[in-house]
Design a protein around this ligand. Sequence first.
Ligand code: ADP
Ligand code: MG
Length: 444
Amino acid sequence: MGLFERDTEIYRDRDALREDYQPAELVGRDEELRTYRAALQPVINGEQPNNIFLYGKTGVGKTAATRYLLEHLKDDAAEYDDIELTVVFLNCDGLTSSYQIATRLVNEFRGEADQISTTGYPRASVYEMLWDELDACAGTVLVVLDEVDHVEDDSILYQLPRARANQNLGDAKVGIVGISNDFSFRDDLSPKVRSSLCEQEIHFPAYDATDLQKILEQRVEVAFHEDVLEPGVIPLCAAYGAKDAGDARQSIDLLMKAGDLARDDDTDVVTEDHVDGGRRALERGRIKEGITGLTQHGHLVLYALLTLELEGDAPIRSRDVRPRYTRFAEMADRDPLVPRRMRDHLSELAMLGIISVTERNEGRRGGTYREYALDMDVDLILDAMEDTVRDVGVHGSVQDFLIRGDAPDDNGAGQHGGSKGFDADRSDSASDDDGGRDLTNFGD
Ligand code: ADP
Ligand code: MG
């Protein structure tokens, strides 16, 4: 037997659960699709297209609906000899300026050999190039700017819809489809941009659990073999996506995680337990991403709280976290932040769901104060801020976790060889020996 053996007892087509899969039909979006289709109708009539603005939270089908309709539009436009339709689809994630958008658009139109670099041209000349490319398309051009809320200046959103009115274009009829996950983006646009970009607005509401069940049922048909899911699996995945965001992506991701866990278990049934396990894994992934994305001061605050928690001092007030934080910052060669800024980091950690906050009453004086405690498992946190732990050194309270982390099933937390230990002569304050003397070099 080879080292690799095909195991597809569960999945018929696992790729159908991936982000880049486009379903052949959309479930339960009839009304939105009707409005959207009507907004695109001028294209088929050979008229100047509307600018369309789509908004709604993440995972509610905006991108899927756009791809679905534009595919149909291209096919149907091909039936008419007098319609020349070009569609450019650009996701603006990672693009922050109009300049970047404009260069990317120019390159979308150009061949491999004529690409322009994304820096170095004056903005006006990039726009000139863009108008030339658009004009070269002659007929109708639809420019889709997905996740357009990433763009921080609105120059392109003003220039593009007006290119024709400003006589920058000859024959090309340009329409823009802007898609935003962020409700406030539209309101923050200047009135002149809003009126041209948002000629037709289409709102995609969040899905409820019933909607999500239907979407999942459709996807399961494609992705899984018949009868491999326990009856509770789809409702659980639907409930998860509906819980805080009405996000179909979350539901589908969970279903895939559950399927993968079942596959790892070598069974051909996906159970509710697999869904539970999948939920925990996704949650861990989310938290880990959150921690990784923090600044080093965020990590230092978290590290301080983590060690205090392990020593049994939490829930704990901000001012009592402070000495430990200050010392950790110094050990990492960073200037400690002022108390208020340090507290901001505690609030941010709480917002991410990594730590918990309890509001307490001061007693007779009537004021309130907050106490913080850890809300996540230690291994996960240590793993996600590995670099900071290395810079500060390994505190005695976490040593066991890092050693345990050396076990073969580990996720990398064990690779701390060479990290520096604590200076045994220093502690948070003269009177408070916090265990600093137990500190030793890890990895020696
Ligand atoms: P958005 O662009 O609004 O963030 P997407 O269009 O990317 O959301 O949808 C998220 C995922 O859910 C995609 O994998 C998509 O295929 C799927 N999806 C969303 N809505 C539907 C629907 N109505 N029918 C089938 N699949 C859907
Ligand atoms: Mg999208």
